[in-house]
Design a protein around this ligand. Structure first.
Ligand code: ZN
Length: 132
């Protein structure tokens, strides 16, 4: 048992003797806990944790902590803005992949024009020629 109280007990000015119900889910992420505490407040955090079934409590705690962290990083748009940024990045990567596939197709066609007898395996990565 740790000598330090869990973040929940610390915020309630309680002595933490290790038998608090939700403390184990927050003790490893105390800085994220402070962000979540500032946003949700202790009572709402406890309500969310109480509404979760025991097997859902770790996921509920992680959700609370992650939302608190994201809101600290981007307080104006929060989790929705974070998700929109991720989707925009995904679209950008898909466009890059599309262009790279076109370049690969072009190079493959060009190579087959230069050397029509050579088969190009598009599924494998380029290998070094050990004979040269
Ligand atoms: Zn505790």
């Amino acid at each position: 048992m740790s000598s330090r109280p869990c973040p929940l007990c610390r915020r309630q000015n309680r002595r933490c003797n290790g038998d608090c119900v939700f403390g184990e889910y927050f003790i490893k992420r105390s800085s994220d806990f402070e962000n979540a505490y500032q946003i949700f407040g202790l009572n709402n955090m406890l309500k969310i944790m109480s509404a979760a079934e025991p097997h859902q409590r770790e996921a509920a705690a992680n959700s609370i902590l992650d939302e608190g962290k994201i809101m600290r990083i981007n307080p104006s748009s929060g989790c929705l803005g974070h998700e929109l940024n991720i989707r925009a990045q995904e679209l950008s990567y898909l466009r890059v992949q599309e262009v790279l596939n076109q370049v690969l197709e072009f190079c493959t066609q060009h190579l087959s024009l230069v050397n029509p007898n050579q088969q190009v395996d598009k599924t494998s990565s380029p290998k070094k020629d050990s004979s040269s």
